[in-house]
Design a binder for this molecule. Structure first.
Ligand code: DMJ
Length: 648
């Protein structure tokens, strides 16, 4: 092998350049060439070099990481920001064995999934053998483009942790947003997100909501997170009670113990207040009963019995159809000031709770009162193919405002509780099942239609024979209820319909600029429509409602199709992006179509903790025994109550 000698090296360095060495010669030759260039040419070269320098500096970290084949993951651990570097070349399975990377904090979490199912997304498609990649547009994207051209806001997703100090109802949230805006969100496929991360993300969300409640609304009904205050409805610590079993299920024991102490030392129902029978039954009675079942702590049963008994005067009406309001201190009840009607959904969605109270206390009065309501409603005239009107009179016991049918507000949980009572009672009460099955036929015949252009199946409304393509977000309980029925032996086509409606409910989120559903949508049915969903100005709010997440939970439990989890994950991230308030809590918003300014409403509904976060957690949990659907039935506020042993 030849190795260069010192001599050879020296001769190379000094040969053939007269008085100049090589470097000097090259420098002089370059300089001569430079001088020969025109001024324009020189300027151009200088400009190009400067530009390259600037770009090089700006992209330095990205480029170097890329060429090293590394992915950088930021991990936040109890306030310390760590950097984990995972080689891209590792197989997927090995990557999962890397130290677990918990969720990055709040609004800066991973980018969301692509919106929409495959058929509704842009598809990158190689045409022929050429390298050119063409984007196939679909009608939804085209509609979004059209919006842009019409001057509507472009679909740039920008999230912001809402700063409570700036984002008052008066509307300075925009300033707040500018201050803390998070980067534009990329699209990406995160279908293999470890479930542990997602569960932790739900626990984080709960802790954040609880932090706000604890600091600014402890023991009160609802947090007002923007004004860092609270709102009272019944004056009974509604959020705290609604959230008890969620804390238990999420294994947040410290928070649970604090809340339990409040229940045992502060909570008193001996108060001169008017409460709504339905709301206090599903949230308070339901919450206490389920917490009793989960914990076995008699404190909660005692409290349940107390509130249940205080609500009973509501049934003292000429027809035995209960009044909407009860004064739990005075023991008096009354209808709303403007009518003697009650809402059908309200009087038929208190049965699971009162029936369970009777079973636990061996006092038959509670069950007798609510069973009587169901028996009366079962026999009433005024239904259409099993569909019920929205109002019922407390004097006559008859339906009023005949001819209007919806599965949304004022009727929704009537249908839910037909099925769930049948399940609760061990599938023996055939009248309930018959009414449920007949109502579903009524839905199929009168309310079920397809949208244009994407043929989404939706449930509209009927008013005196006139169909309206209006659908409340509340209707999104239906996919879950249908799936639950199919699980308990009802026809398999219920599950097929559940899947179709689930897709529709997801699209009500995915087609909005914030990725959050409005309260009400109107579906397009005309051929040639450019988008499926329209939203009226007054309907653009989102109250942190649970129904879609609830249904995703049921659909995932029964099908194990991961897309339902991924859709839920996407929704959770959007709640974090657009409704999370920096100082604690989440807020309902006014405008799901404006990611720049979703306009906080300054209210965190108790069902966000009672239902929405609980269903998120159960959706991401791999444990089918964590509130088994063969042992429990959830009331309409997400409080699990036991399915009765078959002997009873
Ligand atoms: C909850 O109180 C219950 O889910 C009820 O059945 C409907 N409204 C809210 C949630 O949207």
């Amino acid at each position: 092998m030849h190795s260069p000698s010192r001599k050879e090296f020296v001769s190379l360095t000094f040969t053939g350049s007269g008085n100049y060495n090589n470097k000097q010669w090259r420098r002089q030759s370059c300089w001569r060439k430079w001088k020969q260039l025109s001024r324009l040419q020189r300027n151009l070269i200088l400009f190009t070099v400067a530009l390259m320098l600037v770009c090089g500096i700006a992209t330095y970290p990205t480029v170097t990481e890329h060429f090293r084949g590394l992915t950088v993951v930021v991990k936040e651990d109890e306030g310390h920001v760590l950097k984990l570097v995972i080689p891209e070349v590792l197989p997927e399975s090995d990557k999962q064995n890397q130290p677990l990377v918990p969720e990055p904090p709040s609004e800066q979490k991973r980018p969301p999934h692509k919106r929409g199912p495959p058929g509704l997304q842009n598809r990158l498609q190689k045409k022929g053998t050429g390298a050119a990649i063409q984007v196939e547009e679909n009608p939804i994207q085209e509609a979004k483009k059209a919006d842009k051209e019409k001057g509507e806001k472009p679909l740039v997703k920008r999230g912001a942790l809402i700063e409570a100090d700036q984002a008052t109802e008066g509307g300075t949230a925009k300033e707040a947003e500018n201050k803390v805006a998070v980067p534009a969100v990329e699209q990406g496929d995160h279908s293999h997100e470890p479930e542990f991360d997602r569960l932790e993300a739900v626990r984080d969300a709960f802790r954040h909501a609880w932090k706000g409640y604890k600091e600014f609304a402890w023991g009160q009904d609802e947090l007002r997170p923007i004004s860092k205050s609270y709102g009272e409805w019944f004056g009974l610590g509604l959020t705290l009670i609604d959230a008890l079993d969620t804390m238990w299920i999420l294994n947040l024991r410290e928070e649970f113990e604090e809340a339990k102490t409040w229940v045992s030392t502060e909570l008193s129902f001996n108060k001169n207040v008017d409460v709504n029978l339905f709301e206090s039954t599903i949230r308070i009675l339901g919450g206490l009963l389920s917490t009793y079942h989960l914990t076995g702590d008699a404190l909660f049963l005692d409290k349940a019995k107390d509130i249940g008994t205080r609500l009973m005067p509501a049934f003292n009406t000429p027809s035995k159809i209960p009044y909407s309001d009860v004064n739990i201190g005075k023991g008096t009840a009354h209808p709303p000031r403007w009518t003697s009607d009650s809402t059908v959904a309200e009087v038929t969605s208190i049965q699971l709770e009162f029936r369970e109270l009777s079973r636990l206390t061996q006092d038959t009065r509670y069950r007798a009162a609510v069973d009587k309501v169901m028996q009366k409603v079962h026999k009433l005239e005024g239904k259409q193919d099993g569909l019920v009107p929205m109002f019922i009179n407390t004097n006559s016991g008859q339906f009023t405002h005949l001819g209007v049918f919806t599965l949304g507000a004022r009727a929704d949980s009537y249908y839910e509780y037909l099925l769930k009572q049948w399940i609760q009672g061990g599938q023996k009460e055939t009248e309930l099942l018959e009414d449920y099955l007949q109502a579903l036929e009524g839905v199929k015949k009168n309310l079920l239609k397809k949208s244009s252009p994407n043929s989404l199946t939706f449930v509209g409304e009927l008013s005196h024979g006139q169909f309206s393509p209006k659908m409340d977000h509340l209707v999104c309980f239906l996919p879950g209820t249908l799936a639950l029925g199919a699980h308990h032996g009802l026809p398999a086509d219920h599950m097929e319909l559940a899947k179709q409606l689930m897709e529709t409910c997801y699209q009500m989120y995915a087609q909005m600029e914030t990725g959050l559903s409005p309260e009400i949508v109107h579906f397009n049915m005309h051929e040639g429509s450019i988008r499926d969903v329209d939203v009226k100005l007054a309907d653009r709010h989102n109250l942190l409602r649970p129904e879609t997440v609830e249904s995703l939970f049921y659909l995932y439990r029964f099908t194990k199709d991961r897309k339902y989890r991924d859709w839920g994950w996407e929704i959770l991230q959007n709640f974090n992006k657009y409704t999370k308030v920096s100082t604690g809590g989440y807020t309902s918003i006014n405008n799901v179509r404006d990611p720049e300014y979703p306009s906080p409403r300054d209210k965190m509904e108790s069902f966000f903790l009672g239902e929405t976060l609980k269903y998120f957690y159960l959706l991401f949990s791999d444990d089918p025994e964590l509130v088994s659907l063969d042992k429990y039935v959830f009331n309409t506020e997400a409080h699990p109550l036991p399915i009765w042993p078959s002997a009873e």
